[in-house]
Design a protein around this ligand. Structure first.
Ligand SMILES: [Zn+2]
Length: 258
């Protein structure tokens, strides 16, 4: 009992840095991935006015690597896919609030219709925006052969390194898809960390090659969801929810067998 009481507060109550995941910052009604620019500004304003410790994902990973204790209310901002609207809508606001962020690029998408150009990327690089890899063509990595995964990871890394002053060494798994094998290859290719798209995995919270992220959407603006999402307890809450659901299904199955 005493043991359990010792373990519980650490598991339930220790705040964990919140890595927020955005995609488009644009008014796209009905989209689950796009966040309205005015909502996005409201979220940044909340982070600044409520004195959140907004750091770059790179420095967060360094903290993890050195096993340092995180300052309370630590948050990192990330964007997937490299949409052009990140430059048009998000970048001016990030500059206004002087906040760092990391954008994950799919190298073959750069400069195509809806995506960032190298010129925009270079300009953003001057203002605390880092760029990491989201592979060459955005495939579901677990469906590829080892050779193909290796190429997706190493080729995108190479292209970013050739074009950027300070390329981020962090990978973002397309569709959040990874296996133990993907994680091993990610490490082997030389990435220091990788982010997933989930906030409720069973893997440890400090797994550097499956860092959890919290999906921010327009729905985050309702019912005080955003403050909970950035509180540092969201991953714990999601994990408890998942376990509760798991035990509930098990119990139901047992009861139906009887
Ligand atoms: Zn993506």
């Amino acid at each position: 009992m005493k043991n359990l009481l010792h373990k519980l507060p650490g598991f339930v109550f220790r705040a964990h840095p919140a890595i927020l995941m955005f995609h488009s910052i644009e008014d796209q009604p009905g989209s689950k991935l796009a966040v309205r620019p005015d909502f996005f500004e409201h979220q940044l304003h909340t982070l600044v006015s409520q004195k959140y410790n907004v750091v770059s994902l790179e420095s967060l990973v360094e903290f993890f690597r050195q096993k340092k204790k995180f300052p309370p209310k630590t948050v990192a901002l990330t964007f997937d896919d490299g949409f052009k609207d990140n430059y048009i809508h998000a970048f001016p606001l990030l500059k206004k609030y002087r906040l760092p962020a990391t954008i994950f690029l799919v190298t073959t998408w750069i400069g195509t219709k809806e995506y960032l150009t190298w010129d925009q990327i270079h300009e953003m690089e001057q203002h605390q925006i880092d760029f990491g890899s989201h592979t060459v063509t955005h495939p579901h990595l677990p469906s590829l052969s080892e050779k193909e995964v290796f190429w997706q990871l190493s080729e995108s890394k190479k292209i970013l390194e050739e074009n950027l002053k300070k390329p981020s060494q962090i990978l973002c798994y397309p569709f959040g898809g990874y296996t133990l094998e993907t994680q091993r290859l990610t490490k082997e290719v030389g990435y220091t960390a990788a982010v997933s798209t989930s906030s409720d995995a069973f893997s440890p919270l400090d797994d550097l090659y499956a860092l959890r992220r919290i999906r921010i959407s327009n729905a985050s603006m309702g019912f005080g969801a955003f403050p909970i999402q950035v509180s540092g307890y969201y991953s714990h809450i999601r994990m408890l929810q998942k376990r509760f659901k798991f035990y509930k299904t098990q119990l139901k199955q047992r009861l139906s067998v009887r």
